[in-house]
Design a protein around this ligand. Structure first.
Ligand code: GFB
Length: 356
């Protein structure tokens, strides 16, 4: 059976701008588990995570995906978002749309990182409540935890210390999103989870040398150095910081797993001490130096690596405690070598159409 993907918005002229939110204490429909005909809105479906979630849903036979493009629906526009929800009335929302980027983009464009994310998530979360969405997953990032949080970082470490300065505006926006979800759950009885992935990578990543995260930057730098026979590659910082990396297909797997959870287990996450907040990761970490060595080997670059100490290191470590997800029965399945290998092959197959 084909998948009927709806991409556009219907004629705006038919949309009633008035939307009456359910009153406090409104009891949502009892069947909230996602079924194959449920109407599903994947916000950010062209991005790294959103596109992986769409691939995953399509593979599993979900046939009613609503996927407006950025040109059709700018999620920073409150009125447009409200109209979209009042017309489409999705059952389930994966909120994967965000302004994202690596360490340099975060430090050089702080206003965009806080403003865009605050607007997108506030508009979507509020409109989801107004149109009685059954379940929503809000995607954040492990940078919400304090710079010097005990390692591995547990959900309970939220708001217990100073943030890493290079991404504070982004982290503050994402923390606000978590508190928004919790507040709507508490006051209105909504069913919103906040899921915090560690550093993600994979197919459809951003390979820009200025704004990308470390892994796509390493793949591109080593590949270009190999084909141009360059004697060395320059990497940023000291190489000493540690990072945990999760393949985006594992992230999509975790997201769909959570959205499909039976009511009892879904409710147990909302009522637990972490109040709907969950870490998603592998539970293992490598230094940037080790990561670079692995990418160099997979790409087949024989030259030297130079670390530019003029560039920031960022957080020294940010390893997630993933025991809550393990208790629910989910674990990452794609090892780092296999994930990088797949990503490099995808990079080679898509050289002409890369985001960079
Ligand atoms: O992935 P990344 O940009 O972001 O950098 P963060 C991770 C580490 O890799 C830093 C080093 O220590 C970088 O200095 N690195 C080495 C490089 N060479 C490179 C390179 O060529 N490019 C890049 N980009 N890094 C981001 C946050 O932090 O992580 C976001 O800014 C978000 O808010 C995201 O949380 C997941 O891991 O430091």
């Amino acid at each position: 059976m084909g998948c009927h993907v709806r991409r556009g918005l219907p004629e705006i002229g038919f949309i009633s701008a008035s939307c009456h939110p359910p009153t406090a204490g409104f009891v949502y429909e009892t069947v909230r588990t996602m079924n194959k005909r449920a109407k599903i809105f994947v916000a950010g479906h062209r991005g790294l995570v959103g596109s992986a979630i769409v691939r995953r849903l399509q593979r599993e036979g979900y046939v009613n995906l609503v996927l407006p493009t950025y040109e059709e629906l700018d999620l920073r526009e409150q009125k447009k978002v409200r109209e979209f929800f009042s017309v489409e009335r999705p059952d389930h929302v994966f909120l994967a749309a965000a302004r994202v980027g690596g360490i340099l983009a975060n430090s050089s464009r702080p206003a965009e990182f806080i403003y865009d994310n605050l607007m997108i998530q506030s508009n979507v979360i509020h409109a989801a409540w107004q149109s009685q969405v059954k379940r929503l997953l809000f995607l954040g990032s492990s940078c919400i935890y304090p710079k010097f949080a005990p390692q591995p970082m547990q959900e309970s470490h939220l708001l217990t210390g100073q943030l890493e300065p290079t991404n504070e505006p982004y982290a503050i926006a994402k923390i606000s999103g978590i508190i928004l979800c919790r507040s709507y759950n508490r006051q209105y009885g909504t069913r919103y989870l906040s899921i915090m992935p560690t550093n993600l990578y994979g197919q459809n990543d951003n390979f820009s040398l200025e704004s990308s995260h470390v892994l796509p930057a390493l793949i591109r730098k080593f590949h270009e150095a190999k084909v141009s026979h360059s004697p060395h590659v320059t990497l940023w910082g000291s190489g000493a910081p540690k990072r945990e990396l999760l393949h985006v297909d594992d992230m999509a797997d975790a997201s769909v797993f959570l959205m499909k959870l039976d009511e009892e287990r879904f409710s147990s996450i909302l009522s637990s001490s972490c109040e709907g907040l969950l870490n998603i990761g592998t539970g293992t970490e490598v230094t940037i130096g080790e990561l670079a060595e692995l990418v160099r080997e997979i790409v087949g670059f024989k030259g030297e690596m130079i670390f530019d100490s003029g560039k920031p290191d960022g957080s020294p470590r940010k390893l997630l405690d993933v025991s809550q997800m393990k208790k629910l029965g989910w674990e990452a399945g794609i090892g780092l070598r296999e994930g990088i290998d797949r990503t490099y092959r995808w990079f080679l197959d898509n050289l002409q159409n890369l985001r960079m």
